[in-house]
Design a protein around this ligand. Sequence first.
Ligand code: AHR
Length: 493
Amino acid sequence: LSAQNTLELKPDTLTVKINKEIYGHFSEHLGTCIYEGIYVGEDSDIPNINGYRKDVVEAFKELKVPVLRWPGGCFADTYHWKDGIGPKEDRPSIVNVFWGGVTEDNSFGTHEFLNFCELVGTEPYLSINVGSGTVQEAVEWVEYITSSNKSPMTDLRKKNGRKNPWNVKYWGIGNENWGCGGDMAPDYYANIYRNYSSYIRSNNYHKVICGPSGGDTKWTESILKGLEGKTHLAQGVSLHYYTLPTGDWGSKGSSTEFKEDMWFATLRNTMYVEDFIKKHLAIMDKYDPEGKMKLIVDEWGTWYDKLPGTKEGFLQQQNTVRDALVAGINLNIFNNHADRISMANIAQIVNVLQSVILTKGHEMVKTPTYHIFKMYNVHQDANLIPIDLETENYEYKGESIPALTASASEKDGIVSITITNANPNKEIPIDCQLRNDFKSVSGKIVAGKEITDFNDFGKEEKVYISDFTVGKTKNGELKIEVPAHSAILVQLQ
Ligand code: AHR
């Protein structure tokens, strides 16, 4: 056995399902995420289905996007849904005050989003305007979308061309209400949340209270105290955590030009999420000892300086092997906490922050993060296999982080193990203790030659999924060499 690196599968009790929603995404009216990224309009010369980009629809279907959050983000708490229904020529234009101050014509609204979800086969997760909206407006939105009763709202929906209600289960009540969603104090917000939630009535809804940013345990403690005795009003608590290489919002670091110092810092900073998860869960346990409330990491991913030459407030960045590692590490962490994390949504699905897809005119690229999500899809709705991982450290200038992360699951008799190697300089051997031998062993890998490799428009992909050769299992053991700066999948049957 290699002394240092071992992974032991503990398949005795498979009681936790990895909710497919952990592989969720987020789409906001921000930059070119919605307009240009998802929606180009029916008159566009970019091939489209009812205005939705064909290439993007196909890519999302291939990716099996399980859930999509909309319309924000900060935008959500400025959004008045009635502006985005009815004949397009009658819809008012609005200014997107948070993101670039651009004017939007509202041609993408409630119908367009929910029909898009149906087309792609994904669950919608809607963010309700609490910051500048009203309870009445929220209740009417829910009624408009989900009711089959006869009422003014359902009549309006039918008039606008949709007879049957849509099925929307996930409702976020406010977004970042400690900041862009109204700069509220936690006890004030908790009261407002109770008010909204009590009028959004259905036992089938999964209502999400705006939780903390990063390690802000004070916010979590205060909002949950505010919900005391009323925890049934929230099924989820959201957590937002963005990974900045420098940790400094003024100068975050470049998405493409970096050396090992920023590589290390990014991966170190992203790993902090596990500590935050544990801290918030400990507080949630106090107020909800039965663990009914779930943690929903509904914004996560890397946030770099904007690409040179791109618009202020559009949050456009590239996506390299480093982002692939960030995605692989986070998804392993979320999988391992699948008993309490029921959903996660990477920010954002197209053209904004750590996207899986980038578009430019007619062109589209699948980013390294796309390939990680695709390779990791085997975990969607699979049974989590608890693991014991012993890993050497990756050391850089006196600091160290675990070199390897891993998670494992079982579905339809196939065991899937995903492993990341954060060390950019070293292939790492690991001994997997599997308890029994398997007839077939196969592997896949997402990697690039250089840590700064990315997939660019009009060029051959540099970072993608390829086959990875793994040996046979012997006496219930499997030896794997995990290449430097890569993520791998090993499947056993
Ligand atoms: O994803 C970009 C922004 O980050 C979102 O609008 C907001 O919720 C967060 O601050």
